[in-house]
Ligand binder design. Structure first.
Ligand code: GDP
Ligand code: MG
Length: 314
């Protein structure tokens, strides 16, 4: 989708007059380290949904950042983890393929609480994505560490894992260090012309984000198995005279989950609808009418056919 940006000043051509660069960057890492938060911070737009629930991101999302000297296509990916279902395996595949196809990998990790040691998952994952693509290490969530000197031994240990092109401590949540990561990325991109129009924000259609923005408040307001048991299907998306009419089905796996999502007297579903509608309206800049339905679709997370119908997999 495209979006007109109203960020004020037109960008001036760079003084450097270096070649224009253009390429794809895969953001890879364990679940919950802050990959989607980093994408949003880089784009200055809340495009990818973010929640404390692992596996929030199920699809790859391409966000396009237009800089005067480079076009950076940032690919947010699902976190790689131990898969427990067919959906889980499909998420891992999505992330690995993205890394293999990219010009640059930004490998995100977060600073652990307590003893700052390298997470064993990072070792496995780095070995997994191979050494063929230049990789920048972004050490995220440094806002959580008050005494920054504690970071040094961790950075040193991480630096031994691979010959990283750069190691950048960041706080994606606060936007600290994000521009440094992007500057480092830019240096590694191949020379080339822009591939997207100036106002193209993402390769995904608006419908896709509608589904995601309905899923986000559900992730934020439910617990345990529910976040993993839902899928959202947009069944109608129609623009009529400046307003957008949307019908979406929330698939759950069991009756009990349906009751939880609907809530007493439909209260929970109403709150989900309101939160989602606000997010959608901010994205499309139009008034939105949103109707939500909850349906039990048993075992959709483990049925290949249903996964494909809902847009996951492949
Ligand atoms: P992903 O699974 O790697 O995409 O992680 P998300 O971007 O969804 O973030 C997971 C959780 O970590 C969310 O609750 C974020 O708000 C939080 N988070 C992300 N970046 C930061 C950060 O720099 N600092 C702190 N304190 N929290 C962060
Ligand atoms: Mg994510």
């Amino acid at each position: 989708m495209t979006k007109k940006r109203s960020t004020g000043k037109p960008s001036l051509p760079t003084e450097k007059n270096g070649p224009h660069r253009s390429g794809t960057v895969a953001i890879v890492g364990r679940p919950n380290v802050g990959k989607s938060t980093l994408l949003n911070a880089a784009l200055g737009e809340r495009l990818a949904i973010v929640s404390p629930v692992p596996q929030t991101t199920r699809d790859r999302i391409l966000g396009i950042l237009h800089r005067p000297s480079a076009e950076i296509a940032l690919l947010d990916t699902p976190g790689i983890h131990k898969p427990h279902s067919r959906l889980g395996r499909s998420l891992n595949r999505t992330a690995r393929n993205a890394a293999a196809e990219a010009d640059v990998v930004v490998f995100v990790t977060s600073v652990p609480m307590g003893a700052p040691r390298v997470h064993p998952g990072d070792r496995t994952l780095l070995a997994d994505i191979g050494k063929d693509v230049p990789t920048i290490l972004a050490v995220n969530q440094i806002d959580k560490i008050r005494d920054k000197s504690l970071l040094l031994p961790l950075l040193e240990e991480l630096g031994k894992l691979r010959d990283f092109a750069a190691i950048v401590p960041i706080s994606a949540l606060r936007g600290d260090g994000v521009d440094i990561v992007l500057d480092e990325v830019e240096k590694l991109l191949p020379e080339g012309k822009p591939r997207f129009d100036d106002d193209t924000l993402t390769d995904r259609p608006t419908r896709f984000f509608v589904g995601e923005f309905v899923r986000e408040p559900i992730l934020m307001s439910t617990r345990e198995e529910i976040p993993h048991a839902i899928a959202v299907e947009v069944v109608r998306f129609e623009e009529k005279g400046g307003t957008v009419h949307i019908d979406a089905t929330i698939h759950v796996e069991r009756d009990g989950q349906k009751r939880i999502v609907i809530g007493t007297g439909g209260e929970k579903l109403k709150a989900i609808g309101t939160a989602a509608r606000k997010r959608i309206e901010a994205l499309v800049d139009k008034k939105v009418y949103l109707s939500l339905f909850v349906r039990v679709t048993p075992d959709w997370t483990d049925s290949e056919k249903r996964l494909a119908e809902l847009g996951y997999g492949k």
